[in-house]
Design a protein around this ligand. Structure first.
Ligand code: FAS
Ligand code: PHB
Length: 389
């Protein structure tokens, strides 16, 4: 088989790139190792920057998001049993949309199916070949049969544990990493959210976050030790700890219910420089990872896709490679801003091992400064809603 752009990975990055390219009449073949059902049942991100909202609309998959998504013009920070609101609209002129990554991937798979786009799932033994030549190709197996896809370009959208990044020789790539000494225990419950907007809470016992997916689907997180397993936490123990870490005025309103999902995610910051190797271009988690504190992971995948799509469109329309040549630098400039913001939010809100009372006070004082400074709220809001593309 031959195509123009082979896409490795059917998460949000790969799916969105395939959708945008197909709508621009650029042929793609997407290869995903899991089943479509498996990808869609993963519970991940919940907050869409407005740039992501506009890109999904441009991709023709914004209808259900606009009908079911929740527009949020602010969020709350909490510490010392008090919360205050950061007004995104007032401080940045922008807002975010609450619409789960699960729904985004469902909408994208649906659109690609309607367009009869080439999406190969449950592929195994996926390999990239000759990526630094003018004739790269991909091989994979499905139902025990080996297949080959010849293409012009390969988009590595296969996440942190994928193979694409590893195609860049170690001496040609520089990796930056910070692993955080805690994880997030997340619970999804069919209960009304405790607050109409998200609450990020700093507490001496650890971080907590009250989020949501819709008016009857809540998403809660508490910071836990990396030694913990989700099954170590009974439902009651989770709800009691969440109540303890949220301000009283919030936890008094908490409606609990049996979790329909409970899992622990580790936290890390990671960047791979370069995001290009010959005719292989990395997008999303394949190139970078952020701790979810800043709600940036999915949104960075979208801005990478935006840059790569515009570059490929120009290449095919005008045989002009200058945006392709600038892709890695352009994408990394925005990635590092989000890496810094996610690191800042994580450092501000979490309890680190051996953290002293002095360091707890420093965190509380910075949160108090944000509460009382319009300038500080502008800085936080501008980063949270997302820097321009
Ligand atoms: P993904 O990892 O989503 O997709 C990569 C795809 O490639 C996967 O479907 C995988 O099966 C496939 N693949 C891997 N290797 C392959 C191979 N060799 N061949 C073919 N296919 C292959 N972000 C937020 O903004 N907020 C959050 O709350 C949040 N929570 C998260 C919780 C967890 C547990 C995780 C892991 C991530 C979370 N993220 C969150 C980040 C997450 O949303 C990612 O940023 C987002 O999924 C990135 O999308 P992709 O780059 O498409 O990578
Ligand atoms: C979520 O709803 O899953 C969520 C929201 C905001 C974050 C992280 C996760 O920062």
């Amino acid at each position: 088989m031959r195509t123009q752009v082979a896409i490795i990975g059917g998460g949000p990055a790969g799916l969105l790139l395939a959708q945008l390219l197909n709508r621009a009449n650029i042929a793609t073949a997407l290869i995903e190792r899991q089943s479509r059902h498996y990808v869609q049942k993963r519970i991940r991100a919940g907050v869409l920057e407005w740039g992501t909202v506009e890109t999904l609309r441009k991709a023709g998959v914004g209808k259900r998001m606009d009908a079911e998504g929740l527009i949020h013009e602010g969020c709350y920070l909490a510490a010392q049993n008090r919360r205050f609101r950061v007004d995104f609209k007032k401080s940045s002129g922008n807002r975010v949309m609450i619409y789960g990554q699960t729904e985004v991937t469902k909408d994208l798979y649906e659109a690609l199916e309607q367009a009869s786009a080439e999406v190969i799932d449950e592929a195994s033994a996926v390999e990239l070949h000759d990526v630094v030549t003018e004739k790269p190709f991909v091989t994979y197996q499905k139902f025990g049969v080996e297949h080959r896809i010849d293409c012009d370009f390969i988009a590595g959208c296969d996440g942190f544990h994928g193979i694409s990044r590893l195609m860049i020789p170690l001496e040609q790539r520089k990796e930056f990493e910070r692993v955080y000494p805690f994880g997030w225990l997340g619970v999804l419950s069919e209960t009304p959210p405790v607050s109409h907007e998200l609450v990020y809470a700093n507490h001496a016992r650890g971080f907590a976050l009250a989020s949501m997916r819709n008016p009857n689907l809540s998403r809660y997180y508490i910071q836990v030790s990396l030694e913990d397993k989700a099954e170590d936490w009974s439902d009651d123990a989770f709800w009691d700890e969440l109540r303890c870490r949220l301000p009283t005025e919030v936890s008094e309103a908490l409606i609990t219910g049996p979790p329909i999902e409970k899992s622990i995610a580790p936290l890390r910051s990671f960047v791979c420089e370069t995001m290009r190797w010959g005719n292989l271009f990395l997008c999303g988690d394949a190139a970078h990872i952020v701790p979810p504190t800043g709600a940036k992971g999915l949104n960075l995948a979208v801005s990478d896709v935006h840059y790569l799509f515009e570059a490929l469109k120009l290449r095919y329309a005008a045989h002009d490679d200058h945006l392709l040549d600038q892709y890695s630098a352009t994408a990394l400039a925005r990635v590092w801003k989000a890496i810094r913001f996610s690191w800042w939010m994580t450092t501000l809100l979490h309890r680190f091992p051996q953290q002293t009372d002095f360091e707890q006070r420093i965190q509380e004082s910075e949160i108090d400064y944000i509460a009382t400074s319009q300038a500080a709220q502008c800085v936080m809001a501008e980063n949270y809603v997302g820097s321009p593309y």
